[in-house]
Design a protein around this ligand. Structure first.
Ligand SMILES: [Zn+2]
Length: 322
């Protein structure tokens, strides 16, 4: 089973690479820049128009070397293996192939293995993830369904990560898809990733089903709201509207209080990354740094280690006060 999941993950990661690399913010019209022209259309038609061309475009056409246009043969397209055998270089022009290829493929394979593992832990080991489904926790369909759901979410987040690094923009079709996933998760009325720690922050909302829905909506308002305020104060220099849109979707998905941890961690990660660059003078205070990747990494951390991060944090606080 694990071997199958790894192979499937590698294949999906290989496709994801194509999706990421063929994204062109100017040609595809999926970026914020062309958004105004889409206003007023029905949501479904809007969504289909935003997503379909990307998939049609990426599904068609043979893969080529980005440097010399050399058409890749089947043995040059084997995930990770081809990259290692060719020592990371194109067989034709000998230029280096982006490290993104093996990284995305391996990360995708890791998602296919570790997401089901984490979902199983959240479902069966901690009883608090799904209060709305109390009494149904033994069902295997939930393990498969929720695993597939979160693998898809994290694949979309991974695409957002690399496209933001390359183009300083998060495509609307990704933000919209994550937002729709958030609506689904809210309708399912899922509880917190933080186990019993959620009760420290929440106001008893997790006790009732209406409260659970409100927690997700509050997560969206806080997530998007905070970033909109930052954008307003910094006049768009610190972050883009794409970050706020991503936080709206993630806020719905993670809900309150989890989204607060996502926010705090994203700023901690962003600072840890930026400080050495600032100190070495490689980046000035004014140079652009995409913030989306830090939000994505923070989401990974809360999903996989939410409870343990808080355990560690409160452990340190306790240690200091003793
Ligand atoms: Zn080449």
């Amino acid at each position: 089973m694990t071997v199958l999941l790894i192979l499937l993950g590698l294949a999906v990661g290989s496709f994801l690479n194509v999706l990421i690399l063929r994204y062109d913010p100017d040609k595809d019209g999926h970026s914020e820049r062309s958004e105004e022209s889409n206003g007023g259309k029905k949501i479904l038609r809007f969504y289909l128009r935003m997503t379909t061309p990307t998939f049609l475009k990426t599904a068609g056409g043979r893969s080529r070397c980005l440097h010399c246009g050399h058409q890749l043969r089947w043995y040059e397209l084997i995930p990770v293996v081809s990259w290692i055998i060719q020592l990371g270089k194109c067989r034709n022009c000998k230029k280096y192939i982006s490290l993104q290829y093996p990284v995305v493929e391996l990360a995708s394979a890791a998602l296919f293995v570790f997401v089901p593992w984490a979902v199983e832990w959240l479902l069966f080991q901690t009883g608090e993830w799904i209060p709305a489904f109390a009494g149904m926790t033994g069902d295997m369909w939930m393990l498969y369904g929720f695993s597939a759901f979160w693998i898809l979410v994290f694949l979309m987040l991974m695409a957002a990560f690399f496209i933001d690094v390359r183009h300083y923009v998060i495509p609307n079709y990704l933000n919209l898809s994550i937002f729709i996933a958030g609506i689904v998760w809210t309708v399912v009325r899922m509880g917190s990733f933080l186990g019993s720690y959620a009760d420290l922050f929440s106001f008893g909302g997790s006790a009732s089903e209406v409260g659970l829905v409100l927690n997700h909506i509050l997560g969206m308002v806080l997530g998007a709201g905070f970033f909109l305020v930052v954008i307003f104060i910094t006049r768009g220099k610190g972050m883009g509207l794409g970050d706020a849109k991503l936080m709206a979707g993630l806020g719905l998905l993670f809900g309150y209080p989890d989204i607060l941890i996502v926010m705090v961690l994203s700023f901690v990660l962003g600072t840890l990354y930026a400080l050495p660059l600032l100190a070495m003078g490689k980046k000035g205070m004014k140079s652009m740094l995409p913030f989306g990747p830090f939000i994505v990494l923070a989401s990974f951390l809360v999903f996989f280690f939410g409870t343990r991060i808080l355990q560690g944090y409160f452990g340190i606080i306790e240690g200091l006060s003793l």
